[in-house]
Design a protein around this ligand. Structure first.
Ligand SMILES: [Cu+2]
Length: 130
């Protein structure tokens, strides 16, 4: 009886490990579908760098996958003065022409959220928190 319980316990642990692997693989393949992947800072934050110049976003307006619960550093460089606005979380920060601004927040709300240059109404990216 004791041996049987031990085996069952191991099988359960193996299933949990397999399920975790499947979830991880699914997450990775989703992130590669034309999306920009954030870099991870030494502090473990998800760092996203966007550059707006000449009226366009460098590399196009991408959907960026963010693991829910992580700290995000959203760095926006702009050649015009405007306000960077993250919808949903309703965070914003002014940027002066030729400078960068950083929005730092904890991604504790799942969903897809637009980042835009508020005064121009120009989309910069979409953050997909899941
Ligand atoms: Cu806005």
């Amino acid at each position: 009886m004791t041996t049987r319980r031990l085996r069952d316990g191991r099988a359960g642990a193996l299933l949990v490990a397999l399920a975790a692997t499947v979830l991880t693989v699914t997450g990775c393949s989703g992130g590669q579908a034309g999306a920009v992947t954030p870099t991870v800072t030494v502090e473990g934050a998800q760092r996203v760098e966007l550059r707006y110049a000449g009226g366009v976003v460098e590399g196009g307006v991408a959907r960026i996958a963010i693991p829910a619960g992580s700290t995000v550093e959203l760095v926006v460089a702009s050649d015009v003065a405007d306000e960077v606005h993250l919808h949903g979380y309703d965070r914003s920060s002014f940027v002066t022409a030729g400078a960068t601004t950083t929005l730092r927040f904890v991604a504790d709300l799942p969903g897809v959220f637009e980042v835009e240059l508020e005064q121009r109404g120009h989309p910069l990216a979409q953050l997909e928190v899941s």
